[in-house]
Design a protein around this ligand. Structure first.
Ligand SMILES: *Cc1c(COP(=O)(O)O)cnc(C)c1O
Length: 458
């Protein structure tokens, strides 16, 4: 273990040797990185001794909070027994067998078979391979196109970046993956123009179906979407969006891939986001809260109708990862799922702490800087605006100002452009929800004061 004592020492060593993901490393090194040293419950501590409420559950993953020694013990015991074995060559191990059975219980009824990966990105890569294989086996090899959404996030491997809908990721070289078409997103505040929320939701769904028809249904392999777009700014769809879109997808026989990496395991108040929006996908991508982030793991849920074709018509599936079904990750996942069930945390997100937080969160819409404030289950966004009536937006820098004030006020909120987003651990108490709201309000007040001072808000 390194013995770096002061924050400055760690910042210097980090700057010298560490390249950060999704970071302008030059700018970060000039400023000095923040060092997180510990966590307990829903709070983390930094190297300066600050205690900060983690409103983002790490990176959306730490549903159970920090310091769950039950998970740590289960992983340690597993590693004593069998730290590693692979699942490639006609072998398995008890952890992965048990986890697959538990996942069959907690996922919607069409899912009874699971494939494992090391992350959400890898799980989506797996799905791309499987979808192509499925359509080949079905005698429809022309179905090669994946329809995805602008602003969607599906991970950061080459294929996952390409299916994702972030232009700045596409603009960086190294993405030679073709056969992807991007559909619009249901972002009413920014793109709804003079339509009502409901009419806009319907329109985006219909535009997506038209895009599918124009491309040719016989060329479409699948449609992939997050039930609620997460990293793209927690874009909570109008109520009309999913019913219209799902009816059209079903009618056309398009496979739906529900990327549940954020929405899964209780985030939206149900076990999976597709249950909140009443769709029946053929694939679900899972990661993040699957292990509460304690050990990396991704997984793919495959519907019976797809898995039957793969197992009955297919031969060897030429795909897999060294760490598919890693025993330590299985132990972390099994313990996480056991705690989620035993403590009723999914139900609690849907009917207790979720609604409690939502009531106060939505009231932030009265703040002069906030256009809309939405929450579903335990994931929410507030839209910053200089002009509510015109539904105007700020440039991205304003979100960053608010994020800095939030951190300094003892709350981690994430800024996505001019939307502030939260997804706190599901174990948040009522008092901690009050603390989150109090600190978010303070961050908004301080941001407002800054903007009035420099004239960006009149
Ligand atoms: C984070 C995320 C991924 C990628 O997961 P990694 O574990 O970072 O590879 C994929 N899809 C969604 C919706 C995500 O939020």
């Amino acid at each position: 273990m390194p013995h770096l004592n002061s924050t400055a020492e760690m910042q210097a060593a980090d700057a010298a040797h560490h390249l950060h993901p999704f970071t302008d490393t030059g700018a970060l090194n000039a400023k000095g990185v923040r060092v997180i040293t510990g966590g307990k419950g829903v709070h983390v501590t930094d190297s300066e001794g600050n205690r900060i409420l983690d409103g983002m559950a790490g990176l959306w993953c730490n549903a159970l909070g920090y310091g769950r020694s039950e998970i740590v013990r289960a992983v340690a015991e597993q590693m004593e027994r069998l730290p590693y074995y692979n699942t490639f060559f006609q072998t398995t191990h008890p952890g992965v067998v048990e986890l697959s059975g538990v996942l069959a219980e907690v996922t919607p009824p069409q899912f009874n078979r699971f494939f494992y990966a090391g992350s959400g990105s890898e799980a989506n890569d797996t799905i791309l391979r499987m979808v192509g294989y499925y359509w080949d086996l079905m005698g429809e090899p022309d179905r090669k196109i994946i329809v995805s959404r602008k602003g969607g996030y599906h991970g950061s491997t080459v294929a996952a970046s390409a299916i994702g809908g972030f232009d700045f990721m596409h603009a960086q070289p190294g993405l030679p993956v073709g056969n992807i078409v991007h559909a619009p997103r249901p972002y009413w505040w920014g793109e709804g123009e003079d339509l009502s929320r409901e009419d806009f939701g319907r329109k985006v769904a219909e535009d997506t179906l038209n895009l599918i028809d124009d491309t040719g249904v016989g060329r479409i392999a699948a449609f992939i979407a997050e039930p609620i777009m997460g990293a793209g700014g927690v874009i909570i769809p109008p109520d009309t969006y999913w019913p219209t879109l799902w009816a059209g997808l079903k009618e056309r026989g398009i496979l739906l891939i529900s990327d549940e990496v954020i929405c899964g395991f209780g985030r939206t108040g149900n076990w999976f986001g597709c249950e909140t929006y009443d769709t029946a996908p053929d694939f679900m991508t899972m990661a993040k809260a699957l292990t509460s982030g304690y050990v990396p793991m991704g997984a793919v849920a495959v519907s019976d109708r797809v898995a039957d074709v793969l197992t009955e018509k297919g031969s060897e599936f030429g795909h897999g990862y060294t760490y598919s079904g890693h025993p330590a990750a299985c132990a972390a996942a099994l313990t996480t799922l056991d705690i989620l069930r035993r403590e009723g945390l999914v139900e609690r997100a849907g009917s207790d702490i979720g609604p409690y937080l939502k009531a106060q969160w939505e009231a932030l819409a009265d703040h002069p800087l906030v256009g809309e404030a939405q929450m579903v289950g335990m994931v929410g966004a507030i839209q910053l605006t200089p002009d509510k009536a015109a539904r105007a937006g700020f440039d991205d820098a304003v979100g960053m100002i608010c994020r800095e004030h939030s951190f300094a006020s003892g709350l981690i909120m994430r800024a996505v452009g001019d939307r502030m987003v939260v997804a706190p651990p599901l174990v948040l108490s009522h008092a901690e929800a009050d603390e989150l709201i109090e600190k978010a309000t303070r961050a908004l007040d301080l941001t407002e004061a800054d903007l009035r001072k420099d004239g960006r808000l009149s």
